[in-house]
Structures are given as structure tokens and as C-alpha cells.
Design a protein around this ligand. Sequence first.
Ligand SMILES: CC(C)(COP(=O)(O)OP(=O)(O)OC[C@H]1O[C@@H](n2cnc3c(N)ncnc32)[C@H](O)[C@@H]1OP(=O)(O)O)[C@@H](O)C(=O)NCCC(=O)NCCS
Length: 316
Amino acid sequence: MENRNDARVKIRPLAELELDAAHDMMRLAFGTFLGLPDPMAFMPSANFVGTRWRAFPDRVFAAEVEGRLAGSNIAVRWGSVGFFGPLSVHPKYWDAGVGKRLMEPIMDCFAQWNVSHAGLFTFAQSPKHAGLYERFGFWPRFLTRIMAKEIDTLATPLPAGRVFSQVAVEDRPRVLECCRKLTSSIYDGLDVGSEIMAVENQNLGDTVLLGNDDGISGFAVCHCGHGTEAGVDTCYIKFGAARSAEEFAGLIQEVETMAASRKLKTVMAGSNTARREACKILGARSYRTIIQGVLMQRNNEAAYNREGVFVIDDWR
Ligand SMILES: CC(C)(COP(=O)(O)OP(=O)(O)OC[C@H]1O[C@@H](n2cnc3c(N)ncnc32)[C@H](O)[C@@H]1OP(=O)(O)O)[C@@H](O)C(=O)NCCC(=O)NCCS
């Protein structure tokens, strides 16, 4: 393709039949960008496209060039916060405007949802990525560390009632509301209830709950194992939040116990480095950085990436 913003590029919803192709294209695009000898070795057992499509098919977009799938992008809404990804374009169409076109429906979603904050996680070393997203109002801020720790698989299972899957169906709305109250106290309108329900409905893992009948002092939405966003043998804390440093450390401990009881070998957790105490607590618990990227945030706003916030997430 030679012309930028080529009229042959069509943006449309991704069809269910295309899920495998979009997932493979994502792996090819990232594996190629990272220079892997075999690009398809990228993320062999984790899947971000299928999990997000099954939760909200209308938030997953495809780029088509002359009838062929050329890329995809996914909008994510956490209440008042929006982010997107993975954005991927087949390498043969790079630098021809497809990526920019795939940003259009994302920006439309953010506008429709009227989110008060939006952002993304990207490669900190890439001028192309920074330049592409700057066009859409995003600005690079602090690094995000994606960290991991090998765990002892001999730990005993958590007592019943500390995970969302064991909460009685009639009590779930109350638990979701407690989680929403906790996140909204961190950033007004932040709500990851849809992630808790995606894990529950798709059987992707579980949500660890900290607290008692009076409320929730912390929770962690975890993907576990092959075919989820975690990958084989891994527990990935997709989102975690706690009210205090002590509760944050306790929450991580509970996640490790839950992961061990599922015979998983690794816990993966990310935090923006602007949340210094959260990173420090993970470090003190022997988590080591395996991937480092940068958050780009709309209007250069911090949102909940600041001191004193005990949150795990990485916006991948
Ligand atoms: C990143 C990716 C999605 C971009 O898609 P693409 O179709 O190649 O991108 P486009 O051609 O639409 O846009 C390129 C834009 O990057 C920006 N850009 C490129 N090089 C740049 C540089 N050196 N400095 C600043 N901006 C630059 C420009 O805005 C450019 O558009 P312009 O030439 O019209 O000004 C694609 O390369 C890809 O799939 N990479 C692998 C996976 C990946 O990294 N995904 C994103 C993770 S956050």
C-alpha cells in the first residue's frame, strides 16, 4: 500500500469467526516488532482478543484491506476510565495509515462513554508509538512495570467465601457495589465490575476478595492459565485495589495462595511507577520486572497514577 489514509481500508466490528485470525495477527505483529526470530513465539498461550470480544463484541474493531483482515483494536471501559489494546496491524501493512484508522472507533467509544480519563500502555523506546498516540491526545508519563514472581505451589487453598465465584448469586450485586465504591474512592467513577463478571462468566480465573460483611477493603481480578490473559501456569492480576499498604500486601498474599491452590507457578502483576508505594510493596514481596512500558495519558493527566494509590493494573 502506498497512499496514506487509503480508501481501501475499511474499519468494522470484528466477527466471531475472525477471532483466531485476529489473535494470530496480534502475535505476529508484536513478535515482529520485538524482533523475535520466530514472531509467532510471542504470547503462545495467553489470549487478549478472545476474552475481550466475548465480554463486549461491539468494542472490538477490525481493519480490512481489499477484503482481508489487516489489523484489530479493542476499546476497554472501566467506568469513567477508558483504555485500548492490543492494537495490531499485519506487518505487511505497517506505515500505511491502518493503525491510525484503527484509533478512530476507539476515540468514538471514549467520546460516547464520556470517560473522564483515557490512556494506553505502550513501548517506551518507540518514537513511532509515541508519535502515533500523541496525534490522538495522549502524552507519555510514568513507566509501568509488569512484574512476576514464582510461587510455592504447596500452599493450602483459601477458605471458602474469599473469592467471587463462591459468593451466592443473590449477594453478587452487593459485592460488585462494594468493589465499585472502593475503586471510585480511588478515582471518581472507576469501576471494574465488568472485569469481575467477565472472569466469572467466561471461567477465566477468580476475583479474590479481602474484607468482611461490612465491606470490601481490597480485591484482585485474576486471570488464570492457558487461553486467558495470563497464559499457561500463570495467575495474572488484571486489576487489584486495596485501601491501605497493609491491605495491599495482604491482598497479594491472598492472590498467591489462590494461585498456588490452582497449581499455578507464577503470579504476574503490574503497576505504574507513579504509584511508588505499590511498586515498592511488590518489589519487597520478590516481584521482579519482566516487561517495562510507558503509560500515555490523555491531556497529560495522572488520573489514579499517583502516590498513595494501592492499585495493580497495566492497561495492556
Ligand atoms: C504500532 C502499529 C499498530 C502502528 O500501525 P501502522 O499502521 O504501522 O501505523 P500508521 O501508519 O497508521 O501510523 C504511523 C504513525 O506513527 C507516527 N510515527 C511514525 N514514526 C514516527 C516517528 N519517528 N516520530 C513520531 N511519530 C512517528 C506518525 O504519526 C505516523 O503517521 P504519519 O506518518 O501519518 O505522521 C503497528 O506498527 C503494529 O502493529 N506494531 C506491532 C504491535 C504494536 O506495537 N502494537 C501497539 C502496541 S501499544
